[in-house]
Design a protein. Structure first.
Length: 551
């Protein structure tokens, strides 16, 4: 599907390119006739300016006063400047955009400031080259607009002067008006020639201008043929250098006696950090070497600028990481292999690094990647030999302090799900589950039941009656639950309450019958009642005595 989408995109680009080519074909370059007409707008005022210079030269020879000579010389200089400008415009029209770019060659400066900025020159040159065409067109359009505005103003002034000449009969005034008219006519010719030059240059650049899709596709092609290949080689060189260095270090670590003795000692950790730093330096050196040997100064400049930026930022960024490096070296308040409390749960610190690994084998998905910055404020301690990491395992039967009784079917770092009798499920956040002091029944449990008889049996309440109860309970419980499940049964006299003589039955069971706790309690009550019936013992009930007042 991706290849099909890429094919459709390339086909669309080709169609757009073809359409733009057709449009450019319709916008044909100026014809020879049009160019001759543009040149004619310059040659006519140029010829007139030359004749004016000859005329002024003749007047200069016949001038009688110094003031007249100075005035004529000023007019000659102005006409010569105009001639130079007209001839420059003439050459610009003939040469087109090629003539405008012919001498546009930058000369490298040799000053201290230029040498300091030499590193940025390839990058700035690439930006200047990418934006040169729109900048040139914008400058030409602004110049054309200014020339048209000057032409409009000269037309207005010449119209006004012609009206005055037609209305005036004074010869002296007419002479000055004619002199002014020649000046404004010269300006009108200059503006016209400037318009022609700018229009030709704009037409040349517009004719050669490519569409945005052509520029994008051409840019991609040029990039992949030059910069793209250099970048690919640089990535390969950097990757090969990095992984080769890491593999070499792993081999040395495997055969090193220091690492064999203890893979997590201080020396090992220092060598790990140094090996990583060397691998990064080798990779960067490979990238720089590729750009240097292939002469790609732009990408080389970008890499150097990036490294300078990293070094500059390191002045303020590295100090806060010193404590983290100390922690990674196993010299901080948290050590590998020790126990730590994180988010209210116990965890084992399996690995210290920029991402520390916490594990808890009793939890499903019991592995966390914790950023080293979150570990900085923690404190770990050594693990006790028989320490429990979580009070329950999956499928254990538990009783919580909120009287919830059921089987733990899911326990993760986020939640614990209890399956209750009857099929309902109750979910607790894992931290709240621990706060409810779960009692794990699956490792064994005790059932305690209190049962009372009447005071009429007081004579035997501490001798024969407890023995009879105990024999009956032991026989019945072994028969129902088996010898392996029943660990012990004890019946003892506990207290003489207000209306009965009370006994406590303490029965210990294996965790295999943890799902029958409530049934066992009912079973003990039934056996006690049956035993009372068999022996004629009276089961008392609560008596309430009402005293009536004499009044």
């Amino acid at each position: 599907m991706r290849w099909f989408s890429l094919f459709i995109l390339i086909l669309s680009l080709n169609l757009v390119t073809a359409q733009n080519s057709d449009q450019r074909a319709g916008n044909s370059p100026p014809t020879t006739k049009e160019k001759l007409e543009s040149l004619r707008t310059i040659t006519e005022p140029l010829s007139k300016a030359l004749s004016e210079v000859d005329k002024f030269q003749a007047e200069l020879q016949n001038a009688e006063t110094e003031d007249s000579k100075e005035e004529i010389k000023t007019r000659i200089d102005a006409e010569r400047q105009r001639i130079a400008q007209l001839r420059g415009n003439f050459r610009d029209i003939l040469g087109g955009s090629e003539a405008a770019d012919y001498e546009d060659v930058a000369i490298d400066g040799k000053g201290i400031q230029d040498q300091a900025s030499e590193l940025l020159q390839p990058f700035l040159s690439a930006i200047r080259e990418a934006t040169s065409e729109p900048r040139e067109l914008d400058a030409l359009r602004k110049a054309l607009s200014a020339a048209k505005e000057r032409k409009r103003k000269t037309d207005i002034v010449l119209t006004r002067v012609d009206e005055l000449i037609a209305a005036s009969e004074n010869e002296v005034l007419n002479a000055e008006l004619n002199s002014a008219r020649r000046t404004w006519a010269s300006r009108q010719a200059d503006a016209s020639s400037q318009i022609a030059v700018n229009q030709v240059q704009i037409d040349d650049r517009t004719r050669d201008r490519r569409s945005i899709w052509e520029k994008i596709s051409s840019g991609f092609n040029k990039f992949f043929k030059s910069k793209g290949m250099n970048l690919l080689f640089a990535i390969l060189a950097g990757g090969i250098g990095f992984f080769a260095t890491r593999k070499l270090y792993q081999w040395l670590r495997h055969i090193s006696p220091v690492h064999k003795k203890d893979r997590n000692n201080f020396t090992s950790r220092i060598s790990d950090i140094l090996a990583m730093a060397i691998a990064i330096i080798v990779a960067l050196s490979g990238i720089i070497l590729v750009f240097y040997t292939r002469g790609d100064w732009l990408l080389l400049t970008l890499v150097v600028i990036f490294l300078i930026g990293v070094a500059w930022a390191g002045k303020t960024a590295v100090p806060p990481y010193l404590n983290q490096i100390k922690m990674i070296l196993n010299l901080g308040s948290v050590r590998e292999g020790e126990r730590v409390i994180y988010d209210g749960l116990p965890w084992k610190v399996s690995k210290l690094g920029f991402y520390t690994i916490f594990t808890n084998s009793r939890l499903d998905g019991g592995q966390l990647r914790v950023p080293i910055r979150n570990v900085m404020e923690m404190i770990s301690r050594p693990v006790a030999p028989r320490e429990v990491w979580f009070p329950t395992e999956t499928d254990d039967w538990v009783i919580l302090s909120d009287d919830t009784y059921g089987k733990s079917i899911i326990q993760t770092p986020d939640q614990v799900v209890i399956l209750r009798l009857g099929g309902s499920m109750k979910t607790y956040p894992t931290r709240d589950f621990l706060e409810l002091s779960p009692e794990n029944l699956s490792k064994g449990f005790r059932v305690s039941v209190v049962f009372g008889i009447d005071y009429s049996h007081q004579a035997d309440c501490t001798t024969t009656i407890p023995e009879i109860f105990n024999r009956a309970l032991h026989t019945q419980l072994l028969e129902v639950y088996g010898k392996d499940a029943v660990r012990s049964v004890v019946t003892e006299f506990t207290s003489a309450s207000a209306s009965s003589l009370d006994y406590v039955v303490l029965a210990d069971f294996d965790g295999s019958v943890a799902s029958r706790v409530n049934r066992i309690k009912r079973q003990i009550q039934r056996v006690c009642v049956d035993t009372c019936n068999e022996n004629g013992w009276i089961i008392p009930f609560t008596q309430i005595t009402i005293h009536q007042s004499d009044s």
